[in-house]
Design a protein around this ligand. Structure first.
Ligand SMILES: [Fe+2]
Ligand SMILES: [Fe+2]
Length: 143
């Protein structure tokens, strides 16, 4: 498998200038989260084997929860079905982050790395297939 963390391909949705949701607040959020996920990937990648600090992931988890709540509030203004679709996928993403945290707590570097890769891939898929189409649709319907 090709290296994923730290590669140019990671989180391609956020780094592709052609992708924007047409909602500036949501786009700014995604850029900020992109930076935070990259920082976490660097923390995990550079771990010297002395044990991973969970501080970076704890901050990311809290920030992600705020982001998901913001998106869900936005979606709920349009319709409850969109909100539910988001909520379901957000819950799965948070569960993935918890699993990364668990591996970090157990100082299982290999497992933390592979779980983080899986989280990043799932988040990228979420953004490309759910967030961006949904927020574009909402931008059109509220215009
Ligand atoms: Fe989302
Ligand atoms: Fe999002």
């Amino acid at each position: 498998m090709k290296p994923f963390i730290g590669s140019e391909d990671a989180m391609s949705t956020w780094t592709n200038p052609g992708w924007n949701s047409q909602n500036p607040e949501i786009d700014a959020e995604h850029k900020k989260l992109n930076q935070m996920v990259s920082s976490l990937a660097a923390v995990v990648r550079n771990d010297s084997g002395l044990g991973l600090s969970t501080e970076a992931i704890d901050i990311l988890i809290e920030r992600m929860k705020l982001h998901f709540a913001l998106e869900e509030r936005n979606a709920a203004r349009i319709d409850s079905e969109s909100r539910d679709i988001l909520h379901e996928d957000h819950t799965l993403l948070l569960a993935r982050l918890d699993r990364v945290r668990q591996a970090m707590t157990l100082r299982d570097h290999k497992e933390a790395t592979s779980r983080l890769q899986a989280f990043i891939a799932a988040l990228d898929k979420h953004d490309a297939e759910i967030d961006i189409p949904l927020f574009r649709m909402m931008a059109i319907s509220s215009a």
